[in-house]
Design a protein around this ligand. Structure first.
Ligand code: ADP
Length: 287
């Protein structure tokens, strides 16, 4: 497998590359991660079963689209392919360190610049991708409330019911979500889509980076909401974001609704207490 990965790296860069060391990297949720090196150059490689190639192709495209905006540091993707029973993605190796408050402020500023980047006048994406290991469905839509209600909440709610979750009628919840978002017409922003603290880091040089995205064109507020779901990012991050692109005053009212998507997804992935957390948000939403 390592020979095939090295060959693909060489083919992509046009430079000879031989893997002389590969070292396992911890911290991921879905894949096995490695640093590979020829003694001079290093790359970051994620590996899964061959049938997960779609997931890596979507990650590659998401990283590439975000990279192309030149707004926030992203590990530059190099290639993805299949080697025997495995699929893999290769990207730029980044050395992470501890971010200070200046780095977090810059993270906020740069995320706002990513959100400001133009590129689509519709919501959705070029292809489906995954959120954790759950499919994330991205058909193009002109209407944010329809898109979020159907493709985000409705989709997860149907999965949650199949998993045995006790939730109200999907049609009723979807209709209510459409209603709540009916006057929300955001500019489509290229969102990271899975912005919890494990997917935000700073290089040793203090440069903020976002990684492992579940990209699509959506309401910028979904990224901000997710940063707050598990305790929040440092205050400097929100200061930086608001300096560059002030959040709307009624963002707070939509935050629990946007995070309901991730809470339902956590129930679908992990079960347990996420059912009651999702349930109480839904109960508050329904009249
Ligand atoms: P998974 O897809 O399994 O969730 P991640 O993309 O989150 O994996 O990566 C796992 C860990 O590897 C991250 O938490 C981070 O510490 C490290 N990592 C991710 N990308 C890079 C990179 N480009 N360079 C160096 N380390 C990385």
């Amino acid at each position: 497998m390592w020979k095939e990965i090295a060959a693909k790296i060489s083919e992509t860069t046009g430079q000879p590359f031989e893997i002389t060391t590969h070292r396992s990297v911890g911290g991921g949720c879905i894949n096995q991660s490695y640093s590979v090196s020829d003694g001079t150059l290093s790359y970051f490689v994620k590996i899964n079963q061959a049938n997960q190639i779609d997931m890596f192709e979507a990650e590659y495209l998401g990283l590439q689209q975000m990279y192309d905006t030149q707004t926030i540091r992203i590990p530059q993707p190099l290639c993805c392919s299949i080697a025997g029973d495995s699929s893999f993605i290769v990207m730029e190796w980044l050395e992470f360190g501890r971010g200070d408050s200046r780095a977090w402020e810059l993270m906020g500023q740069n995320l706002a610049k990513l959100h400001q980047a133009k590129g689509s006048d519709r919501f959705g994406w070029n292809r489906n991708n995954t959120i954790g290991s759950t499919p994330q469905i991205n058909p193009w839509s002109d209407n944010w409330s329809d898109f979020f209600a159907e493709q985000r909440i409705g989709f997860q709610l149907r999965l949650a019911k199949r998993r045995g979750g006790n939730f109200p009628d999907t049609g009723k919840v979807v209709a209510r979500v459409k209603d709540i978002l009916s006057d929300r017409n955001p500019q489509p922003s290229l969102v990271h889509g899975d912005l919890w603290s494990g997917n935000a880091a700073c290089t040793v040089a203090g440069e903020p980076v976002i990684l492992d995205p579940a990209t699509y064109w959506g309401d910028r507020e979904v990224d901000l909401a997710m940063t707050e779901l598990f305790g929040g990012f440092p205050a400097a991050f929100y200061r930086g974001y608001n300096q560059t692109w002030q959040l709307d005053r009624d963002y707070e009212t939509r935050k629990p609704l946007y995070n309901l998507y991730h809470v339902l997804n956590h129930f679908n992935l992990f079960g347990g207490g996420y059912e009651s957390q999702a349930r109480s948000t839904i109960d508050r939403l329904l009249p």
